[in-house]
Design a protein around this ligand. Structure first.
Ligand code: ZN
Length: 106
């Protein structure tokens, strides 16, 4: 199963049309758990085969638009406001940060 996860992840990461992907997609496609998928993805990150980014979503559950995308979690700002719904965030809550994986050259 790990082999299949790797294969799918590398295909998506190196795709010219796909910007990147979430672990949920691979977990669904390979019928594995998100945890198991993330473990393999983290291995690929450690090997330098793919890159992991942190995507910050708007904290308004009816909006959830992307507010920021950074390589390192420390690069997130301390405050955000959403241009779409007007939500003001005085702190970043971890549950609104998602892992987003992409190719090493993207
Ligand atoms: Zn919003």
């Amino acid at each position: 199963m790990q082999h299949l996860i790797r294969e799918k992840a590398l295909k998506l990461a190196n795709s010219k049309v796909v910007k990147g992907f979430y672990p949920t997609l691979i977990a669904m496609q390979t019928k594995t758990t998100i945890q198991e998928t993330e473990e393999v993805l983290e291995q690929l990150v450690a090997e330098g085969e793919i890159k992991r980014k942190h995507q910050l979503l708007c904290h308004n559950d009816n909006c959830l638009r992307q507010l920021d995308m950074v390589n390192n979690i420390e690069d997130l700002k301390s405050e955000y406001s959403c241009d779409f719904c007007g939500e003001e965030m005085e702190e970043v809550l971890p549950e609104y940060i998602r892992h987003f994986y992409t190719g090493k050259d993207k």
